[in-house]
Design a protein around this ligand. Sequence first.
Ligand code: GLA
Length: 400
Amino acid sequence: MKRILFIIIGLACAGAYAQKFNQLALTPQMGWNSWNKFADKVNEQLIRETADAMVASGMKDAGYQYVNIDDCWQGQRDAQGFIQPDAKKFPSGMKALADYVHSKGLKLGIYSDVGYKTCGGRPASRGHEFQDALTYAQWGMDYLKYDWCNAEGLKAEGAYTTMRDALYAAGRPIVFSLCEWGDNQPWLWATNVGHSWRTTGDICNCFDCKIDHKTWYQWGVLQILDKQEGLRKYAGPGHWNDPDMLEVGNGMAVNEDRAHFSMWCMLAAPLISGNDLRSMSRQTLEILANKEVIAVNQDALGVEGFKYSAKDGVEVWFKPLSNDAWAMCVLNRGTNSQPVTFNWKNETVADDLSKREAKFDTTTYSVRDLWTKKDIGTTAAALTADVPGHDVLMLRLHKM
Ligand code: GLA
């Protein structure tokens, strides 16, 4: 009898938690992660200073919320199997760090992996899933990125569902970010498992290239963009395609950073900055904290943009927004400036997925340039512009 009662209470709690879990990431999650810039050189001072900088720079005000610790924070497990942070890097412990980050009005995230070891060779969660989820909840973590290294013998859907159930059982609302690189088509099975899933291998701070590491590739911005083809129908509020974290401010040219950020906003991608927030330039901040561009990413409709046309290396993308608005982004993939003419009256933009249509021959829209932050007229007159190489023209269209 007692046992049945426990099971009923347990199920009721897990159900209540599942509901809370489902309320997270209704728009793509926004934050910062240590990996792209700092790799294994992560420690509590960096995390505290990053939280400080997120507030002081205006990033928090622009919507960034999660401060996420990536790989190489782990020390050893204790005699009972509970994971401990690396005491040299996190001498004050994770609970104190979470308290500090929370005191700034921000949230703290952590990282683990499905295998016995993480990609960086630290202890990972295989066989300790429920214990680790409990530990993260007790520390006050708000986000878990869960990686796919050393996954021999595991089935992706099962491995990620186990950790999801462990998070449910731990009872704290934690954003669950699947980092399985798209190897097992997570878009087909992860809608109810996590809040986002990586669609590709790792990004690098390069606009148009790939880096051959012999056993794996790192991909440039355009290469990752092209791998999103066909995936938009799987994303929506609470379950996003994740084309990997941002490389804005990590060494690309300003126009390349701008194009990268614009396209991630058009894709309704999680916006996880990956640069040093403590020392970023004004230009980097102006990209990462452009509220009008972020509003395209965070639009409540939660529909990914799509490629409308492509010619001579110039792509025109549209993203349906709430209140009958649209975002439009003209991406110049080439290195030379390109003249662009868009004669609205000859174009009808129809989106089967959202059942939205913009008939520019019968409906006039006002046009705003989201990077110059200027109203530039209406769709009554054709649009002509020069788009520099590796850059974008990003517009918001409102029905008049
Ligand atoms: C994988 C992930 C990266 C990062 C590293 C850490 O490569 O895809 O984003 O988390 O592991 O080792």
